[in-house]
Design a protein around this ligand. Structure first.
Ligand SMILES: [Zn+2]
Length: 406
């Protein structure tokens, strides 16, 4: 065994000995210490449970069922996929809902794509990142990319369902506190926006801004894996505050202006829960940021939360709860629109804000995803040139360490 380990060390990533050694070390490394792995893999205050970055795909997949320090990270974003799906499909059963493939639901499907990709990419990144240092980098680039795509999916849903909603034209007929809303086919009255100064922003800049900020976030977060390492958690958290602020502007606008629904209408009643869900959404995001930056609770007792209960798992739980509250908020607004079918413009009607089309929803998402993929490919090449040569060296050192241990 020892002779094998020595003679295979030079070609350990490609020959059969490496395969055998990998199998053998698998059981040893599932509780590997922070001193056994490359510095790149170490997490602050996590002392054990490390996987050495030389796993095969099947080893990685099987490690989901073994106690490593990534097991909880995987399950806390993989199981929520199904919980999210369960609550998401309820929208199509709402009273008055059109068929799920109607243009009305295009923004909602883009929101679904954003959340689904975010949760799947995050869970898979945690599961597969021990294949190699380069794969580890790529996994996290993909993770950042999907977070950004998710913010644009949210923006599309906010834009079309919260405010200003495409296809809904408001007439300025006030009757005391009652505001009459009805279909206005020929253009929009000047009072379409309660705060007209925001007209230009929402109609022209909102979605493009969300996309540009999302791209800036991917670039910044990918960069923190190669530079600015010391403050990476703060930078990543702050960088994602910006898209939150931009994408939430329709909600802020809505909270600051009057409701577009008559106070006696069932739509008004349906949308009254929107602010509560939004504040809860913000609260969960805030708590998740606190966990991500503070590294609590493992900071208080290094080594005690290595497998279960460390900050990244709480971070995942809180981000998912924020997504669930966001979904409830969007559902409340969708329900409000569906309860006022007269507010929905026929597709052919002229409107300053055209209704959702394939180009304005899926097209935007496709363009964004293509850009993000290009960024990820560029950073992955960089990572390969940095970490590729280190892999052979690391495997050599690891083989030597393993030899000494036996
Ligand atoms: Zn994560």
């Amino acid at each position: 065994m020892c002779v094998e380990a020595v003679c295979c060390s030079c070609r350990c990533l490609s020959n059969k000995h490496q395969q055998d050694r990998r199998r053998q070390t698998d059981t040893d490394l599932h509780d590997g210490k922070h001193t056994d792995v490359p510095p790149r893999v170490k997490e602050n205050f996590i002392l054990t449970g490390y996987r050495f970055p030389n796993y095969s795909l099947s080893d990685c997949l099987l490690s989901a069922f073994r106690p490593t320090n990534e097991t909880g990270n995987f399950w806390t974003h993989f199981l929520p996929v199904f919980i999210f799906l369960y609550y998401f499909v309820e929208v199509f059963g709402l009273e008055g809902a059109p068929h799920s493939d109607s243009p009305f639901f295009y923004p909602l499907w883009n929101y679904f794509i954003g959340v689904f990709c975010l949760l799947m990419a995050s869970s898979m990144a945690h599961l597969l990142n021990s294949m190699s240092l380069v794969v580890r980098e790529v996994c996290f680039f993909v993770d950042y990319g999907t977070i950004s795509a998710y913010t644009v999916g949210s923006s599309l849903a906010y834009y079309y369902y919260i405010h200003p909603r495409a296809g809904i034209v408001e007439t300025a007929e006030h009757n005391g506190s009652h505001m009459d809303l009805k279909y206005e086919p020929a253009g929009a009255p000047a009072s379409f926006y309660a705060m007209p100064e925001f007209t230009m922003f929402f109609e022209t800049f909102y979605i493009p801004s969300a996309c540009v900020v999302a791209i800036i976030c991917v670039l910044s977060c990918c960069n923190t894996r190669q530079k600015w390492r010391q403050h990476r958690y703060i930078i990543r958290t702050l960088v994602f505050l910006l898209p939150f602020i931009i994408s939430s502007t329709p909600v802020f606008y809505r909270l600051l202006s009057r409701s577009p629904y008559a106070t006696t209408s069932s739509s008004f009643a349906a949308s009254t829960t929107m602010p509560t869900f939004f504040f809860r959404h913000c609260l969960w995001l805030l708590v998740s940021a606190v966990f991500n930056i503070s590294k609590l609770p493992e900071r208080l007792a290094p080594g005690r939360f290595d497998i279960w209960g460390h900050s990244h798992q709480w971070f995942h739980c809180c981000t998912f709860l924020s997504i669930l509250d966001e979904l409830y908020m969007i559902k409340a607004e969708v329900m409000a629109i569906l309860l006022s079918p007269t507010l929905l413009l026929p597709p052919a009607a002229p409107s300053p804000l055209p209704g959702p089309t394939i180009a304005s929803t899926y097209g935007v998402m496709l363009l964004l995803q293509t850009t993000i993929v290009s960024i990820i490919v560029w950073f992955s090449r960089q990572a390969n040139s940095i970490y590729g040569p280190q892999i052979v060296q690391l495997a050599k050192e690891h083989a030597k360490t393993h030899l000494k241990c036996h």
